[in-house]
Ligand binder design. Structure first.
Ligand SMILES: [Zn+2]
Length: 114
């Protein structure tokens, strides 16, 4: 059984084969409950992750000005990505706001924080 590269017909065959395995083999008898538990856990983790994303965005905005320690911390933990820019990203961007000489480094939120 593969998880990629099959068309709709093959997917249905795979699902039937998998269901049959679960039903026939006693060692898989807990699999349906495991799937339900995994889905519940994934839902909980998504809620937790969204709370952490919101907190990180607020914290990074709140402490943006300063000695750069917050940016260094954000970069170290993969929350911020440093990009070299040759001109301001936009009027609202801090690289334009602080009138740096270009090219300069601009910090941007990692994709999962946007
Ligand atoms: Zn910028």
């Amino acid at each position: 059984m593969t998880t990629a590269g099959h068309g709709n017909g093959r997917l249905i065959e795979d699902l039937r084969e998998f269901s049959g395995m679960l039903l026939r083999d006693p060692k898989y008898r807990y699999a349906p409950q495991l799937m339900i538990d995994a889905a519940d856990e994934l839902a909980r983790l998504r809620v937790d992750a969204e709370k952490m994303r919101a907190f990180c965005r607020d914290a990074l905005h709140e402490f943006w000005e300063g000695d750069g320690e917050m940016q260094d911390m954000g970069k170290r933990h993969g929350l911020l990505i440093e990009v070299e820019v040759t001109e301001p990203c936009g009027e609202a961007c801090s690289c334009a706001e602080y009138g740096a000489d270009f090219p300069t480094e601009c910090y941007r939120f990692a994709p999962f924080l946007r």
